[in-house]
Design a protein. Structure first.
Length: 642
């Protein structure tokens, strides 16, 4: 045989990595899309009010930063944690609220505040770094959703599930803020993936199963440092282990061992907060003051709409909870007793909140998704809860193949139902619904995989049945939108806060445009109408000042000496001084006037002050021009035209 026609050694071995590389290409593209989408979003909010929402002192983001500053100042145990007093809390005094808090317990689960404190300790603004970390977590969440979807329904299911992690608009908004949900979502996905990936029957499966049980517990324990949703994740994992060990395998000893590892891992993960609580005298397993009190506010008989809409409590709330000190069991007993023998009203309100949680829009909280959609165009191209719920619920209702832990579909379905019950036990806020992603995205992927398989087999009847199921879910959601959609409408406060930011930044014209947008959305309040009038007045005044400054510069620096008029420029400066004393532009102009009259010492002092004002305001372009003129004054030369 001709040696040229003989196969080359190792040729077959080199072909395998090529095929593996091709199989991994869709995942790489998916992660690339996730990264690109986040970069585009961050660029869109840069130097806009959307990128500075953490400055709003009524937000949770601001609370986390304040708690972080307390920790960074050296009070690492926070024996007396920072407790905010927001406007919605005005029904009670700060002392009345503190009387409801358990002693020495953090206002919110503290891990995010400790992370912020590490940056603040070294004098670093934590917000840009948190956004970078959240972008990385966005890629991790995309990958974990891909893995979970793949276990449930194969590669196509994994890619579609990952696509929701990559392009999900509400997640993008939350990732741009110093909030805990992106990291909490990653830990939730990791814990569920550990349970779903447990082998059924495989050599060495016992050791792997126990390692994954411990890993799921540890991830849940760390999650408890970050978010109160950890209890739901732990219960879901325990039920999955019980189903697998007691029903599928009928191996109670195996179940007991895995459950012990799960709980042990959770305890080890929670150990830092447990040690801190014991050191300061707080209840050992307390996470935050908010969980029990938020539950009480949503479930109080006097809560408007049965707790569907977020509102602050009234005086009866404090009467109901007097003396409970925020202890969960006492809070629950007192709240239910307030229904005066009509527990069906409490159950009815809970069901109403569960339905409201499934609307297509995002109920406003610290951030308003509706407001962000009006200001960040990329969100209009992103996936939202309407598609997540339609595809995920339809996929959950259809049968699919088995995977890890014997049956991962029941495990994810159980998690989804438990999480829905937990989220609807409080106010149905859009931010909380991110915890439905681990359930709905994999099932949406499984439905897409089933549709793809039916399309390849030309099974049009099956494909039509899937489409009809999705349509039925969408129609049901539209009915919920009509009943509860008002909670997802734009809020007046979002436009007002953005307008005030723009005014503080010296851009009253943009502030006026923001308030006019509020009028278009039908949320312009009487107080905001006054703000709009003032914004228009400031914009007109600023425009007139710009024309006046240009005229003064012409009188000082005209090339034709016959057009120079320092006295006329001085009169203009005096008029401007009444309107905008201290602004960098005015100080720069006054320095040029002094230099035109040969008063270079005065010009140097004024120009130095103008330079500091420009740099303090972040206007580096103007600062460079002032610096050049300052150098001319030091050389005894007058100013040139800016």
């Amino acid at each position: 045989m001709d040696s040229a026609n003989q196969p080359r050694p190792g040729a077959g071995r080199r072909a395998r990595p090529t095929r593996a590389g091709r199989r991994g290409l869709p995942l790489l593209l998916l992660l690339g899309v996730a990264l690109l989408w986040r970069l585009m979003f961050l660029l869109a909010i840069h130097d806009t009010p959307a990128g500075q929402w953490h400055q709003w002192d009524q937000s949770d983001m601001h609370t986390y930063l304040m708690q972080g500053r307390q920790l960074a100042a050296g009070d690492w145990l926070a024996r007396e944690p920072y407790y905010p007093y927001h406007l919605w809390m005005s029904a009670g005094s700060p002392a009345a609220w503190r009387a409801l808090y358990p002693p020495h317990v953090f206002h919110q689960a503290p891990l995010l505040s400790y992370g912020l404190a590490l940056f603040l300790r070294f004098g670093v603004d934590p917000v840009p770094w948190i956004r970078l970390l959240h972008a990385v977590l966005g890629l991790i969440n995309t990958y974990l959703l891909y893995r979970l979807g793949r276990l449930l329904g194969g590669r196509v299911a994994g890619l579609v599930a990952g696509l929701f992690g990559a392009l999900y608009g509400p997640l993008l908004v939350i990732e741009s803020q110093p909030l805990r949900e992106p990291a909490a979502l990653a830990l939730t996905l990791l814990a569920l993936l550990c349970v779903a990936a447990m082998p059924i029957r495989r050599k060495g499966g016992r050791e792997r199963t126990r390692a994954l049980a411990f890993g799921a517990g540890f991830a849940t324990g760390v999650l408890a440092l970050l978010h109160e949703a950890a209890a739901v994740v732990l219960l879901s994992a325990a039920l999955a282990l019980a189903w697998d060990g007691l029903v599928v395998r009928r191996a109670p000893r195996r179940f007991a061992a895995c459950l012990a590892l799960l709980l042990g891992g959770a305890l080890i993960g929670f150990l830092p907060l447990l040690a801190r609580n014991l050191a300061v005298g707080a209840p050992p397993f307390a996470q935050s003051t908010r969980s029990a009190l938020t539950w009480a506010m949503a479930n109080h008989p006097d809560a408007p709409w049965g707790g569907v809409r977020w509102t602050g409590p009234d005086a009866s709330f404090f009467e109901t909870l007097e003396g409970t000190r925020g202890r969960p069991l006492r809070v629950v007993i007192r709240t239910l007793a307030a229904y005066e023998g009509a527990p069906w009203r409490w159950a009815l309100n809970w069901g109403r909140r569960a339905l409201a949680l499934l609307i297509g829009g995002e109920a406003s909280d610290n951030t308003s998704h509706a407001w962000f959609r009006l200001h960040v165009p990329i969100l209009a191209l992103s996936l939202d809860f309407r598609w997540l719920f339609a595809l995920g619920a339809a996929g959950l209702l259809r049968r699919g193949r088995r995977g890890g832990c014997g049956r991962p579909a029941p495990m994810l379905a159980t998690y989804g139902l438990l999480m829905l019950a937990a989220l609807s036990s409080v106010f149905p806020l859009g931010r909380y619904r991110l915890f439905l992603l681990p359930c709905l995205a994999p099932f949406a992927g499984r439905l897409a995989a089933q549709a793809w398989a039916a399309r390849r087999k030309a099974n049009w009847r099956r494909l039509g049945g899937m489409g009809a199921l999705v349509l039925a879910v969408l129609l049901g959601q539209m009915a919920l939108d009509r009943a509860f959609g008002a909670i997802a409408a734009p809020r007046p406060v979002d436009f007002s806060v953005a307008a005030r930011m723009l005014t503080e930044w010296g851009n009253p014209a943009a502030a006026a445009a923001e308030l006019e947008l509020a009028a278009e959305q039908g949320v312009l309040t009487p107080a905001m109408k006054v703000e709009l009038s003032l914004a228009h007045a400031r914009a007109a005044l600023l425009a007139g000042s710009a024309i006046a400054r240009e005229s003064a510069w012409l009188k000082l620096t005209a090339a034709d000496a016959s057009l120079r008029d320092p006295d006329g420029a001085e009169r203009i400066v005096q008029g401007l001084e009444l309107r905008e004393n201290g602004r960098a532009e005015l100080l720069d102009l006054k320095a040029a006037l002094a230099a035109a009259r040969g008063q270079f010492d005065v010009a140097i002092g004024l120009a130095t002050e103008a330079l500091e004002a420009a740099r303090g305001g972040g206007d580096e372009v103007q600062a460079r021009f002032i610096q050049r003129r300052l150098e001319r004054y030091h050389a005894g030369r007058p100013a040139t035209r800016p």
